[in-house]
Write a protein that binds this ligand. Sequence first.
Ligand code: NAP
Length: 388
Amino acid sequence: MSSKITPNTVSPPKKVRVGVLGATGTVGQRFVTLLSEHPWFIIEALGASERSKGRKYREAVKWKQTIPLGGLAADLIVKGCTPEEFKTCQLVFSGLDADVAGDIEYAFRAANIPLFSNAKNYRRDPHVPLIVPLVNPSHFSIIPQQQSLHSPLLSKGFIVTNANCSTTGYVIPLAALEKAFGPIESVLVTTMQAISGAGYPGVPSLDILGNVVPYIGGEEEKIEWETLKILGGITDSENETDKNGAPLKTFDMHQAGGRPALRVSASCNRVPVVDGHMECVSLRFHRRPPPSPQQVREALSVFTPEIQSLGCPSSPRKAIEVFEEPDRPQPRLDVKGTHNGAGVSVGRVRQCQVLDIKFVVLSDNVSIGAATSSIINAEYAVLKGIVS
Ligand code: NAP
């Protein structure tokens, strides 16, 4: 398995100047690592809090990546997170803490700077797409409406959000299975989430070493509703219209066209693992009889998201690696999986005695669960001309 990103695509016409907000954090550092080697994106500006502002990035950051910090980013002076300080950027990635992301991200959109966010603040917004790039990049189609509502004069700014890291990992196999076998009716998911998912310094070592914490605030609710927005489609709103009286577009929350409502029940645990969220999933299909475990394995293995055929350079060559070994995937061995953490690994596909099928999925919470998803979303937006 390769751990290197190899461009598999056409190049955009020219380099794209990008900024990173929250660049000193766990997700921000992964952005800097990935963008430093990116074939299209050039890091133009890095931003963080007042604590870091005005210092060289190498001095402000507590660097926790396995690859040494080098290149041009190391000597950039960290800026404050205001649109004025990022006005030469064509797009901006945000790894900001949710406590501050709301106002800052709003200001960037208002200043006509496209913003790709990892924070939760705008995920529920009815005009902001919640995009897992291996699943629903088609939801970019809501962007013109968001622009006409929020920046009608210039309309270059917008906000796109990523999903919560634990939602991202397990929704990819769900999408593959819905594509192959039609709607899923119910899902039970139990997570074992890595410490890095809580940022740096995160959970105190005395709380997590030799322990499991069976509670992550707000996480279960996020998985339960985000899944519906991501796997659903876009439809006409029943109660919102534009200035001409035409219905606005909205997210159908997986209930369009008489489709049975998908029910999701999540149980979330923090475990003493550094990187990689493991999730045990059991699900029931609408169709009867359900597919066999072997059919499920094959459908997962051949799943090819649109971003792969489009040629986004950070897309994984294989979206879902299916393991046959009974004791894989494991975080320590498999977290980088296929293509530097840009895909997910599934194992233990078998019959469920209560629902239909069960399996385990492992994802790199800081890569496909955060920075890599944002970067692929931005690549898609550039290729589709949504960012210019
Ligand atoms: P983190 O390690 O705590 O980093 C937070 C970043 O926000 C730091 O760069 C910090 O800068 C900056 N910041 C804090 N207060 C600020 C302010 N007032 N103004 C400007 N910048 C400020 O957090 P993280 O784990 O990287 O998470 C970042 C976001 O991504 C969160 O919204 C989180 O929920 C989400 N997310 C995280 C993961 C994950 O696996 N970690 C996965 C998916 C989504 P200083 O260093 O200067 O304080």
